[in-house]
Write a protein that binds this ligand. Structure first.
Ligand code: GTQ
Ligand code: FE2
Length: 347
């Protein structure tokens, strides 16, 4: 096909007439709306080093008193998408949140869905719909759309975690809002990972007959995920990725509608390619040192670092240690892409 017409080649009067009637000629925009072969991407491969961010987090405790901040969060913004848009990738918001001993982050609920992955500190907790979820390093805690949640800290020292939200999507839909609430009444019982959903393959019998709750499991303790990863690694052939998906135990499907979560283990000395996917992703290093080569850019990583992976990127991960495994937590927009019918994977 020949070169398409540009807007300027249209007669001025015609252009003005379209504008007055809120009309736009598509043909000059065809290639930017539907680029040939692969999408145009503004997202860059980025690494945020925790050692650089941590001092700014601690300083924020002084600069932003919790009463005035509601949530004390530094967002990881992808420069390719414009810092002001606070997007790690087009679909994923990532923030690092700090709470100091005795502080509480007030109860609220909102239309975007969130999860937290604990980075450091002991004694933090999140209450979700009356369920008290302890926050230990590496734990994943869900606060899905519409559920009340508040955070507290009954230990000593700072508690820091990573927040991931589908905020960019919900904002793009002009559907993002929050509601404040009174502190929740906390049920005095262990969270469901310690009571109702103790083991994979077992669910409370009643759930076979009753209408299932949409979000039965809100906490995935790292202690158990780590054990499961080590066991999976033992039976996974070399050159195959050791990866577990966090799913809804009642449905076996992704645990939230827009964002998906998984854990990846890089065995000692292992270098492995991720499958090439249409989904964008964020990788958070739970522990380990290595390098991520993303579309030819090498990003070195160590404990608690976070990386942005654009859509369709070629990713090669290398564990720099020949003695210890590296554990990565992956957040992606594959659940949304599957629903849109646009999800692609190739090796
Ligand atoms: O902790 O509830 O990073 O509502 C952004 C929005 C955290 C939270 C964020 C939020 C929260
Ligand atoms: Fe929130």
């Amino acid at each position: 096909m020949g070169a398409t017409l540009t807007t300027n080649e249209l007669p001025a009067a015609y252009r003005q007439g379209l504008k007055d009637k809120n009309l736009v000629a598509l043909w000059p925009l065809m290639r930017s709306a539907l680029p040939y072969g692969k999408p145009d991407r503004r997202s860059q491969p980025v690494v945020w080093h925790y050692r650089d961010i941590r001092p700014d987090m601690i300083k924020a405790a002084e600069l932003a008193p919790i009463e005035k901040a509601e949530r004390r969060v530094l967002a990881l913004a992808n420069p390719g998408l414009g810092l002001e848009n606070v997007q790690a990738t087009p679909a994923i918001f990532i923030g690092l949140q700090l709470i100091m001993p005795g502080e509480t982050a007030p109860n609220h609920r909102h239309s975007p869905s969130a999860v937290r992955m604990v980075i450091e500190g002991e004694g933090g907790y999140t209450v979700v719909q009356g369920e008290r979820c302890p926050m230990e390093k590496g734990d994943l805690i869900l606060t899905p759309s519409g559920l009340w949640h508040e955070h507290g800290h009954s230990g000593t020292g700072p508690v820091i975690w990573l927040d991931a939200l589908d905020l960019p999507i919900v904002r793009a839909l002009e559907a993002s809002y929050a509601v404040e609430g009174e502190p929740q009444v906390v049920r005095n019982e262990p969270d469901s990972s310690q009571s109702r959903y103790r083991r994979a393959g077992l669910v409370p019998y009643r759930s076979l007959d009753t209408r299932r709750t949409r979000y039965p499991l809100l906490r995935y303790p790292w202690k158990e995920v780590r054990e499961a990863m080590l066991a999976l690694a033992e039976v996974t052939p070399q050159r195959e990725l050791v990866q577990l998906a966090y799913v809804n135990p009642e449905t076996g499907r992704e645990c939230m509608p827009v964002l998906g979560f998984s854990a990846i283990m890089l065995r000692p000395g292992e270098t492995i390619a991720l499958p090439r996917r249409s989904a964008s992703a964020v990788l958070h290093v739970i522990s380990g040192d290595g390098d991520a080569e993303v579309d030819g850019t090498t990003l070195p990583f160590s404990d608690s670092d976070t990386l942005a992976i654009p859509t369709h990127a070629k990713v090669l991960l290398a564990n720099r240690s020949t003695r210890t495994p590296a554990f990565l937590f992956q957040i992606d927009d594959a659940p949304l892409q599957r629903k849109c019918g646009i999800y692609e994977v190739s090796n």
